[in-house]
Design a protein around this ligand. Structure first.
Ligand SMILES: [Zn+2]
Length: 211
Protein backbone atom coordinates (compact mmCIF):
# COMPACT_ATOMS: atom_id res chain seq x y z
CA UNK A 1 0.00 0.00 0.00
CA UNK A 2 1.33 3.41 -0.87
CA UNK A 3 2.03 5.74 2.08
CA UNK A 4 -0.19 8.81 1.76
CA UNK A 5 1.62 12.09 1.34
CA UNK A 6 0.84 14.61 4.07
CA UNK A 7 -0.60 17.97 3.00
CA UNK A 8 -1.31 21.06 5.07
CA UNK A 9 -3.75 23.36 3.35
CA UNK A 10 -4.81 26.73 4.59
CA UNK A 11 -6.73 29.69 3.21
CA UNK A 12 -6.60 33.38 4.16
CA UNK A 13 -7.95 33.82 7.68
CA UNK A 14 -11.21 35.78 7.50
CA UNK A 15 -11.30 38.85 9.68
CA UNK A 16 -13.92 38.55 12.46
CA UNK A 17 -15.28 42.06 12.00
CA UNK A 18 -18.12 41.41 9.60
CA UNK A 19 -20.08 38.71 7.81
CA UNK A 20 -18.62 36.68 4.96
CA UNK A 21 -19.97 37.39 1.50
CA UNK A 22 -19.93 35.47 -1.77
CA UNK A 23 -16.74 37.18 -2.95
CA UNK A 24 -14.80 35.76 0.01
CA UNK A 25 -16.17 32.28 -0.62
CA UNK A 26 -15.67 32.23 -4.36
CA UNK A 27 -12.23 33.83 -4.26
CA UNK A 28 -10.69 31.82 -1.45
CA UNK A 29 -12.53 29.08 0.42
CA UNK A 30 -14.30 27.13 -2.34
CA UNK A 31 -11.10 26.72 -4.39
CA UNK A 32 -9.13 25.58 -1.31
CA UNK A 33 -11.97 23.21 -0.41
CA UNK A 34 -12.00 21.66 -3.89
CA UNK A 35 -8.25 21.04 -3.65
CA UNK A 36 -8.59 19.47 -0.17
CA UNK A 37 -11.42 17.22 -1.35
CA UNK A 38 -9.47 16.21 -4.46
CA UNK A 39 -6.43 15.16 -2.41
CA UNK A 40 -8.54 13.27 0.13
CA UNK A 41 -10.31 11.40 -2.66
CA UNK A 42 -6.87 10.30 -3.90
CA UNK A 43 -6.13 8.83 -0.48
CA UNK A 44 -3.77 11.60 0.62
CA UNK A 45 -3.43 12.68 4.25
CA UNK A 46 -4.86 16.23 4.42
CA UNK A 47 -5.10 18.80 7.22
CA UNK A 48 -7.24 21.71 5.98
CA UNK A 49 -6.78 24.41 8.60
CA UNK A 50 -8.24 27.88 8.94
CA UNK A 51 -9.69 30.21 11.56
CA UNK A 52 -10.93 33.68 12.38
CA UNK A 53 -8.42 36.53 12.52
CA UNK A 54 -9.46 38.28 15.73
CA UNK A 55 -6.75 40.92 16.10
CA UNK A 56 -6.39 44.33 14.54
CA UNK A 57 -7.63 47.86 14.17
CA UNK A 58 -10.69 47.02 12.04
CA UNK A 59 -12.15 45.06 14.97
CA UNK A 60 -11.44 47.65 17.66
CA UNK A 61 -12.78 50.42 15.41
CA UNK A 62 -16.03 48.56 14.79
CA UNK A 63 -16.37 47.84 18.52
CA UNK A 64 -15.96 51.53 19.33
CA UNK A 65 -18.51 52.52 16.67
CA UNK A 66 -21.09 50.03 17.94
CA UNK A 67 -20.27 50.76 21.59
CA UNK A 68 -19.33 47.14 22.24
CA UNK A 69 -16.14 45.44 23.42
CA UNK A 70 -13.76 43.95 20.81
CA UNK A 71 -14.54 40.55 22.38
CA UNK A 72 -18.27 41.02 21.65
CA UNK A 73 -17.44 41.74 17.99
CA UNK A 74 -15.13 38.75 17.47
CA UNK A 75 -17.47 36.37 19.32
CA UNK A 76 -20.37 37.45 17.13
CA UNK A 77 -18.56 37.10 13.79
CA UNK A 78 -16.41 34.09 14.62
CA UNK A 79 -19.46 31.97 15.39
CA UNK A 80 -21.61 33.33 12.56
CA UNK A 81 -18.81 32.84 10.00
CA UNK A 82 -18.03 29.35 11.33
CA UNK A 83 -21.69 28.51 10.94
CA UNK A 84 -21.73 29.82 7.34
CA UNK A 85 -18.71 27.65 6.47
CA UNK A 86 -20.37 24.57 7.98
CA UNK A 87 -23.66 25.18 6.19
CA UNK A 88 -21.84 25.60 2.88
CA UNK A 89 -19.91 22.39 3.46
CA UNK A 90 -16.40 23.87 3.46
CA UNK A 91 -14.50 20.86 4.79
CA UNK A 92 -12.07 22.41 7.28
CA UNK A 93 -10.46 19.86 9.60
CA UNK A 94 -9.81 22.66 12.08
CA UNK A 95 -11.45 26.09 12.23
CA UNK A 96 -9.90 27.92 15.18
CA UNK A 97 -9.48 31.53 16.34
CA UNK A 98 -6.35 33.68 16.62
CA UNK A 99 -7.52 34.63 20.13
CA UNK A 100 -7.20 31.03 21.38
CA UNK A 101 -4.61 30.30 24.07
CA UNK A 102 -2.99 27.71 21.82
CA UNK A 103 -2.57 30.26 19.02
CA UNK A 104 -1.06 32.89 21.36
CA UNK A 105 1.40 30.39 22.79
CA UNK A 106 2.47 29.06 19.39
CA UNK A 107 2.90 32.55 17.92
CA UNK A 108 4.94 33.69 20.94
CA UNK A 109 7.09 30.56 20.87
CA UNK A 110 7.85 31.11 17.18
CA UNK A 111 8.68 34.80 17.74
CA UNK A 112 10.98 34.09 20.72
CA UNK A 113 12.74 31.25 18.91
CA UNK A 114 13.40 33.46 15.87
CA UNK A 115 14.47 36.37 18.09
CA UNK A 116 16.98 34.10 19.86
CA UNK A 117 18.45 33.22 16.46
CA UNK A 118 18.83 36.90 15.58
CA UNK A 119 16.23 36.81 12.80
CA UNK A 120 14.85 40.26 13.55
CA UNK A 121 16.18 43.77 13.12
CA UNK A 122 15.03 46.21 15.79
CA UNK A 123 14.41 49.77 14.68
CA UNK A 124 13.12 52.84 16.41
CA UNK A 125 10.70 55.02 14.55
CA UNK A 126 8.34 57.88 15.25
CA UNK A 127 4.67 57.03 15.39
CA UNK A 128 1.54 58.96 16.29
CA UNK A 129 0.43 58.58 19.90
CA UNK A 130 -2.85 59.59 21.53
CA UNK A 131 -1.97 61.10 24.93
CA UNK A 132 -5.54 60.95 26.22
CA UNK A 133 -6.01 57.25 25.37
CA UNK A 134 -2.33 56.48 26.08
CA UNK A 135 -1.84 54.35 23.00
CA UNK A 136 -0.02 54.36 19.69
CA UNK A 137 -2.36 54.78 16.77
CA UNK A 138 -2.69 52.32 13.90
CA UNK A 139 -2.98 54.09 10.52
CA UNK A 140 -6.76 53.59 10.45
CA UNK A 141 -7.09 55.51 13.72
CA UNK A 142 -5.77 58.70 12.14
CA UNK A 143 -7.65 60.95 9.76
CA UNK A 144 -6.71 64.21 8.17
CA UNK A 145 -6.45 66.09 4.93
CA UNK A 146 -5.13 64.17 1.92
CA UNK A 147 -1.83 65.66 0.67
CA UNK A 148 -2.67 64.61 -2.91
CA UNK A 149 -6.30 65.64 -3.54
CA UNK A 150 -6.71 67.86 -0.44
CA UNK A 151 -10.01 66.27 0.58
CA UNK A 152 -10.81 65.89 4.29
CA UNK A 153 -11.25 62.57 6.09
CA UNK A 154 -8.38 60.64 4.49
CA UNK A 155 -7.08 57.73 6.59
CA UNK A 156 -3.49 57.23 7.72
CA UNK A 157 -3.01 54.47 5.14
CA UNK A 158 -5.21 55.56 2.26
CA UNK A 159 -7.37 58.35 0.88
CA UNK A 160 -10.67 56.84 -0.14
CA UNK A 161 -11.53 59.86 -2.30
CA UNK A 162 -8.58 59.67 -4.71
CA UNK A 163 -7.36 56.16 -3.86
CA UNK A 164 -3.77 57.23 -3.03
CA UNK A 165 -1.81 55.04 -0.65
CA UNK A 166 -0.54 57.23 2.17
CA UNK A 167 1.50 57.00 5.32
CA UNK A 168 0.05 58.66 8.39
CA UNK A 169 2.94 61.14 8.57
CA UNK A 170 1.85 62.59 5.19
CA UNK A 171 -1.62 63.63 6.39
CA UNK A 172 -2.20 67.35 6.82
CA UNK A 173 -3.59 68.23 10.28
CA UNK A 174 -3.85 64.64 11.54
CA UNK A 175 -6.55 63.87 14.12
CA UNK A 176 -6.88 60.81 16.35
CA UNK A 177 -10.25 59.15 15.81
CA UNK A 178 -10.17 58.02 19.47
CA UNK A 179 -9.98 61.38 21.24
CA UNK A 180 -10.62 63.72 18.32
CA UNK A 181 -7.40 65.57 19.21
CA UNK A 182 -4.15 65.93 17.30
CA UNK A 183 -1.82 63.03 18.07
CA UNK A 184 1.82 63.52 19.07
CA UNK A 185 4.77 61.82 17.38
CA UNK A 186 6.54 59.51 19.83
CA UNK A 187 9.43 57.12 19.48
CA UNK A 188 8.62 53.40 19.42
CA UNK A 189 10.50 50.15 18.71
CA UNK A 190 9.49 47.68 16.02
CA UNK A 191 10.86 44.27 15.13
CA UNK A 192 11.38 43.75 11.38
CA UNK A 193 11.94 40.45 9.60
CA UNK A 194 14.27 41.03 6.62
CA UNK A 195 12.87 38.52 4.14
CA UNK A 196 15.67 39.12 1.64
CA UNK A 197 18.00 37.14 3.95
CA UNK A 198 15.84 34.09 3.30
CA UNK A 199 15.50 34.38 -0.46
CA UNK A 200 18.15 31.77 -1.39
CA UNK A 201 17.11 28.83 0.80
CA UNK A 202 13.43 29.58 0.32
CA UNK A 203 13.73 29.62 -3.45
CA UNK A 204 15.66 26.30 -3.42
CA UNK A 205 13.12 24.78 -1.04
CA UNK A 206 10.20 25.78 -3.28
CA UNK A 207 11.94 24.54 -6.43
CA UNK A 208 12.48 21.14 -4.80
CA UNK A 209 8.71 20.78 -4.90
CA UNK A 210 7.92 21.66 -1.33
CA UNK A 211 5.08 23.93 -2.31
ZN1 LIG B 1 -6.84 62.05 -1.79
Amino acid sequence: MKTPKRHTITAALPYANGPLHLGHLAGVYISADIYARFLRSNGEDVAFICGSDEHGAAITLRAKKENKSPKDIVDEYHFSNKDIFEKLGISFDIYDRTSSKHHHETAQELFLEMDKKGAFVKKESEQYYDEEYQQFLADRYITGQCPKCESQGAYGDQCEKCGSALSSSELINPISTLSGKSPQLKSTTHWYLPLNRHEKWLSEWIQKGNL
